[in-house]
Design a protein around this ligand. Structure first.
Ligand code: GRG
Length: 296
């Protein structure tokens, strides 16, 4: 099968599995208090690509074809990702009216509702990990690592620097800190959890993490580039915003051509790392290639 067709088909199958878990876990939208559950479901089922769950499940699948055990972990990561997008869109952070081709959560339901929907998704994610049919030791380990990488030393720290850097000329070190923390760490955790739960050896885990860190940083650089060169229809959000508020981005610091070169180099390194795992890493390899050419 053509590589692109294979990826598309596999992504769709895994999206469906993740959606089933999310649908089971989240309260119905007519449950009390309706305003909260409506807003949460609206954002969770707004049509995200489910890239992070896909990475988690595809990495796990290199060791165990049956992804049932890891799917709640994958879904939990998507909940954290959705929390971060809802809060990121709020007027006091990025102030975005559109997300995933629809009105953003606060624009649709109000700021209080968006804030609380994000909070509920963030804490709910930790609860959902406890439902995964993985060993108790791995459940505790994943909860601890998620809290660490998404908290004051990870996602939230990256986001803080991102806000503080607006309108300023940042140095390369600060830029890398922002991108690694706000995006790359969570992406790396996906493949790390998939490999650990699947039973990867230390050597294979190291190769998987080389892949995760490289695609994680590349993903955010490509996101920066799409904000300049992307099509708002395909992206489902406005473009040109980063430059208008002088955000700390790769193109702003390195220029467009050099940012593209760095993204390409990171993807090449990621593919070289994952190639060490042999044929079982085919889907992760195709995904890295897709990331470089993604339009949304
Ligand atoms: C704690 C108040 C408070 C806010 C936290 C942590 C945070 C807000 C925001 C995270 C920063 C952020 C939004 C990073 C961007 C990461 C990124 C590349 C998002 C786009 O991901 P895709 O392309 O989107 O996977 P879809 O819509 O497909 O899920």
């Amino acid at each position: 099968m053509d590589r692109k067709v294979l990826l598309k088909k596999d992504m769709k199958e895994k999206q469906e599995l993740v959606n089933i878990i999310l649908d089971r876990y989240l309260p119905r939208k007519d449950e009390y208090p309706k305003s909260l559950h409506k807003a949460i479901r609206y954002s969770v089922f707004a049509g995200g690509k489910r890239l992070r769950p896909y990475l988690t499940m595809s990495t796990y699948q290199m060791y165990d074809q049956n992804v049932e055990a890891i799917t709640p972990v994958a879904a939990a990561i998507e909940m954290i990702h959705t929390f971060s997008l809802i809060h990121d869109d709020l007027p006091d952070i990025d102030n975005d009216e559109y997300r995933r081709g629809k009105k953003s959560c606060h624009a649709m339901f109000g700021e209080g509702e968006a804030l609380l929907s994000g909070d509920a998704l963030l804490v709910g994610a930790f609860e959902l990990v406890t439902h995964a049919a993985i060993s108790a030791r791995h459940r505790v380990q994943f909860i601890r690592e998620l809290a660490h990488e998404c908290g004051i030393k990870g996602l939230i720290a990256g986001q803080m620097l991102d806000i503080e850097s607006e309108g300023k000329q940042v140095d390369k070190k600060t830029l890398q800190f922002i991108h690694e923390n706000k995006t790359a760490k969570l992406i790396n955790l996906c493949v790390r959890f998939g490999a650990i739960a699947g039973g990867a050896s230390d050597e294979e885990l190291a190769w998987v993490e080389d892949y995760g860190k490289n695609i994680g940083l590349a993903y955010q650089i490509i996101d920066d580039l799409l904000d300049i060169e992307g099509d708002p229809e395909e992206l489902g959000k406005s473009v040109g915003k980063d430059a208008s508020v002088k955000k700390a981005t790769y193109p702003a610091v390195y220029g467009i051509a050099e940012s593209k070169r760095q993204a390409q180099e990171l993807i090449t390194k990621a593919r070289q790392s994952i190639a060490k795992l042999g044929d079982k890493a085919l889907l992760l390899d195709i995904l890295a290639e897709y990331m470089l050419n993604r339009k949304s």
